[in-house]
Structures are given as C-alpha cells and as structure tokens.
Design a protein around this ligand. Structure first.
Ligand code: COA
Length: 345
C-alpha cells in the first residue's frame, strides 16, 4: 500500500517519477539452432533444452558489432516514443561486450544516431539494464533526459566456440527504452547489489589492465568467457529472488499484484526457481530464452519488447524486473508501465 499521507503523484519510497515512453528491439537476422551447434559440438538439442530452455539464438553478422545493434534498437525506441534524436538529453549503453575497450560504445551509438549529447557505457554485465534503469532514471529525473538507455550485446564474439559448456548459452541482440521525467509515473524502487569477491565465477580473465593481452594468454584462451555454471546458477536464483522480494516489500506491493515478471533470460530453470521462491503466478512470467538465449544486458528489454508485442503490457501494469550477472552483480526493480498518455514535459 502507498503511504496515504504522501503527496499526490509521489511515486513511493525509492521510486523515481520517470516513465518508459518508448521501447524498441533489434535482433540480428541470422538464427543458429541447437541442432546447428550439435553439428560441430558434442551436444544435443535435448541436452540444451532440458538444462536451459534454449532452442535457438540470434548471431551477429561478421560486419555487425554491438554499436550497430544498439543504434538500430535505439532508433526503434525513439520512433515508439514519438521523439527525434534532437530531443534526447543523454545516451546510456549497458554492455559487457563493447565494440572496443577504448573508447566506450555509447559515443559510437550517439554518433550513428546523430547527436553529441552525454554518452556513456555502463558495465554491470547481465544486470546492466536494471542498473541502467536506476542510473538513467536518476539522470532523467534531474534534468538530463530524455534518456536513451540501450542494452546491447554480442556475447557470441567472446565465448569459446569449442567449449560446449558456454558456447550454447549465449546470443546477440539489443533493445532500448526512452526514459522521461513525468509526474505520476513510477520507476522503482530498486535493489541493486554486487559482490566482487566472486568475480572469477564468470569472467574474461585477460585483455584489461590486470592481465594485458599476451601471445601466451591468447594461446591459452584467457580472453574468452569462462564460467563455473553450477555456482552461477545457485547465486542467480538466490540473488534475484531476494532482490525481488525486497523491492516488493519496500514498495508495499503484494506479489499477487505483479502483472508481469520479466527476469534476466539466462536459463528457464533459473527463472522458474526465482518465480517459485518469490511466489509469482506462472502465467505472469514472460520467457523468451527459448528464442533469444542469454543476451546479457539486452535480455530484459528484449523480453519487454516481446511482451509488449504479444499484448502482455498494458498501461498501468505493475512490472517486476530481476537480473543477475558477472561481477557478481544483481538487481530488481518495480515499475508502472506507461501510467498515462500525458504529453512529455
Ligand atoms: N551439451 C552436453 N553436455 C554438456 C554441455 C552441453 N552443451 N555443457 C556441459 N555439459 C556436460 C558437462 O561437461 C558435464 O559433464 P560431466 O558430468 O561428464 O562432467 C555435465 O554436462 C554437467 O551436467 P549438469 O550438472 O547436469 O549440468 P547443469 O544441470 O548444472 O547445467 C548449466 C549446466 C551450465 C546449463 C547450468 O549450470 C547453468 O545454466 N548455469 C548458469 C549459467 C548462466 O546462466 N550463466 C550466465 C549467467 S548471467
């Protein structure tokens, strides 16, 4: 329950008066099925589906990088919001697979869109979009908006294609939202967290300042993604469930009032375990992992766009998001989907 003494339009504890006014997605054209992977890896459609729920993934073309996917998603979100690039105040790109280590990807995306406003990357791995919502929401609420927030990834560029334990899990894609300050809107509350002590659980060891790229390191595959899958699984369930429960409690929202739950689309079993722990009804969950696989920071906005296209997001809907990723990082947030049709102010 909201505080009855709160001023009218108050978004509630820990929430921002910010609306998502545009949403757009972009997936690369090429689709790789589990059977395609089984032609060159010791795996099978049955194993991948039963352990992860993944059936296929989209894979970027050789000449496509993260900024290319991001720019297409951003254009689609702007069109959905009815805005031009000249209206945008800031560009945020949540990614853990940037085009380059230097510079960031956001300035490249901004250049493709035709703007020189503030543009910066945010790397919280697969939690990047939920982190980006709080950072971007705060920017929008303090006059630096409208904010274009893009989750964009090309994970297939950094996995070891000979390692069946990781190669089957990931896909490429991008999706974007436009965040606009609006009285009466609600973005939050948020519960974000991080535990750097667990960094080696899911990482690319070399290529940064700790372990610069060397010929020997490249030979050893130190620049590729490695993961302790079982540990990641357990932490993902525990952290996403706890963060979700906390944001529900903080906002005084009954879990039965959640209209749509969109978790990070890494693994259908992880999502099912989180759903059961938090007590969300199965029909309130939107799951796209079968078609998209794990697209890291792009997975939640891609799933939101998919839910919208399927008619599952109605104005005023209470939406719960939860994410988990390398870092370790995790987060959850509540929001009210486009609470009204007011003009942007
Ligand atoms: N095809 C066939 N066998 C595979 C395989 C594949 N693609 N990948 C791994 N295996 C094998 C392993 O070699 C291992 O074999 P072994 O027992 O002979 O050593 C066995 O399968 C492991 O099986 P199991 O323990 O039943 O796997 P699991 O149920 O733990 O599932 C994951 C493995 C990776 C799917 C699961 O741990 C997971 O999803 N973890 C989270 C990963 C994730 O989401 N990371 C990103 C987070 S943002």
């Amino acid at each position: 329950m909201r505080d009855a003494t709160a001023p009218e339009g108050d978004p509630g504890p820990g929430a921002l008066p910010v609306a998502i006014t545009g949403l757009g997605a972009h997936l690369p054209a090429r689709v790789v099925t589990n059977d395609d992977l089984a032609e060159r890896l010791d795996t099978s459609d049955e194993w991948i589906r039963s352990r992860t729920g993944i059936g296929q993934r989209h894979v970027a073309a050789a000449d496509e990088a993260t900024a290319d996917l991001a720019a297409e998603a951003a254009k689609s979100a702007l069109a959905d919001a009815g805005l031009g690039i000249e209206d945008v105040g800031s560009v945020l790109v949540a990614t853990t697979t940037p085009d380059h280590l230097i510079p960031g990807t956001a300035p490249l995306v901004a250049e493709r869109l035709g703007t020189q406003v503030a543009a910066v990357d945010l790397n919280a791995a697969c939690s990047g979009f939920v982190y980006g919502l709080q950072v971007g929401g705060a920017l929008a609420a303090t006059g630096a908006g409208p904010v274009l927030l893009v989750g964009a990834e090309t994970l297939t560029r950094v996995v070891d294609h000979g390692d069946r334990a990781t190669a089957v899990l990931f896909g490429d894609g991008a999706a974007a939202v436009v965040l606009v300050a609006r009285p009466g809107a609600r973005l939050g509350p948020f519960r974000l967290g991080a535990d750097g002590a667990q960094a080696p659980m899911l990482h690319r060891r070399s290529g940064g300042s700790r372990y610069p790229t060397t010929a020997a390191g490249l030979q050893n595959g130190d620049h590729l993604l490695t993961m302790r899958g079982g540990d990641v699984y357990r932490h993902a369930v525990a952290r996403m469930a706890a963060a979700s429960t906390e944001v529900l409690a903080r906002s005084g929202t009954d879990v039965a009032d959640v209209d749509l739950f969109v978790g990070h689309q890494a693994n259908a079993r992880i999502l099912e375990a989180v759903r059961a722990r938090v007590g969300i009804a199965p029909e309130r969950c939107h799951v796209t992992v079968e078609r998209h696989a794990n697209t890291s920071a792009a997975s939640i906005p891609l799933a939101l766009a998919d839910a919208r296209d399927a008619g599952r997001l109605h104005p005023g809907a209470t939406v719960l998001l939860a994410a988990f990723g390398a870092g370790l990082t995790w987060g959850a947030c509540l929001l009210t989907w486009n609470p009204d049709d007011e003009e942007i102010t």
